[in-house]
Design a protein around this ligand. Structure first.
Ligand SMILES: [Zn+2]
Length: 292
């Protein structure tokens, strides 16, 4: 999850006009009759800051809706920016769920329900499989909606940590929201976590990181080649690793940071320090014996 800047290297309105006036495309000439209405929809989308509750459909005949969806699938030269956005977005942390790679481009407002935004740059967001997993889910109750990485500034804040309980070889792990229930975006953030982030493999990833930590502590931080001499040093090491993960992934809500922030819970710190300082344990060895 992350707030990112929308792509600005093209003009959606000019591209739409160029597309509609291309007589070699099957959408010619019918698309031209709807350019003004679609353009107006684009303006309203931006005015609504991508808030799905505040965006109304532009009424389009079925054939025009299909032309736009097909143009997204096989972009003619007028909208070649689609390929370029996809190329630029692949290597980043997924702004939708925090997975460590995005990999695809997808529609924030699903093209099946909002074909008028099928080729609209601000509606095309980098994502991973999470966007397919949420399907066409977009809104819930009045304040519940999928967050928009180009508009929702709350995504700049640390929103999620791992909650790790029943500490041991196989702890219970889930996601915990850090947002205060009085925050204006509380319901939307909770909805986004529930309907999108929780459908991914995030909990499996956090579980695998825990196994790595307790079996090979130095795989989490090279500082763990030696056991931390006191609780304060352990906290400092984990805070430094969290800083590093935030910087490296350019996001406070990437899956590594979600894990590391969860380790800073007092009960987890207590458990880890007790394990690091067990009498007779050799430095760098597992925190849990495979034999239990
Ligand atoms: Zn994702």
């Amino acid at each position: 999850m992350n707030r990112i800047e929308p792509p600005t290297f093209f003009d959606d309105h000019a591209a739409l006009r160029a597309l509609a006036s291309n007589c070699r495309l099957r959408s010619y000439p019918v698309l031209a009759d709807h350019v003004d209405a679609i353009s107006e929809g684009y303006v309203k989308y931006v005015e609504a800051n991508g808030n799905a509750h505040a965006i109304s459909n532009v009424q389009l005949p079925d054939d025009v809706a299909d032309f736009l969806k097909n143009h997204y699938k096989s972009p003619p030269s007028a909208i070649s920016y689609i390929g370029e956005i996809r190329r630029r977005s692949g290597i980043r942390t997924c702004p939708m769920c925090g997975a460590l790679r995005a990999g695809t481009l997808d529609h924030l407002l699903p093209k099946e329900d909002f074909p008028e935004f099928a080729i609209f740059g601000p509606n095309l967001v980098p994502g991973c499989s999470c966007n397919t997993l949420r399907g066409r889910i977009l809104t819930g109750g009045p304040n519940e909606r999928i967050l928009h990485p180009y508009y929702d500034d709350v995504l700049r804040e640390r929103l999620l940590v791992a909650r790790i309980e029943d500490l041991g070889a196989v702890p219970r792990i889930c996601l915990r929201s850090l947002l205060d229930s009085g925050h204006a975006d509380y319901a939307s953030v909770a909805f986004h976590i529930d309907q999108l982030v929780n459908r991914t493999l995030v909990v499996d990833y956090l579980g695998a990181e825990w196994v790595k930590l307790v079996q090979r502590p130095k795989s989490l931080s090279t500082h763990f080649r030696r056991d931390p001499p006191d609780r304060e040093t352990l906290v400092d090491i984990l805070k430094a690793e969290l800083d590093r993960a935030d910087d490296h992934h350019e996001s406070l809500n990437n899956w590594d940071s979600i894990f590391l922030a969860g380790l800073l819970d007092a009960s987890v710190i207590d458990w880890l320090f007790e394990r690091f300082s067990r009498p007779g344990r050799s430095s760098g060895s597992p925190l849990i014996s495979l034999r239990g």
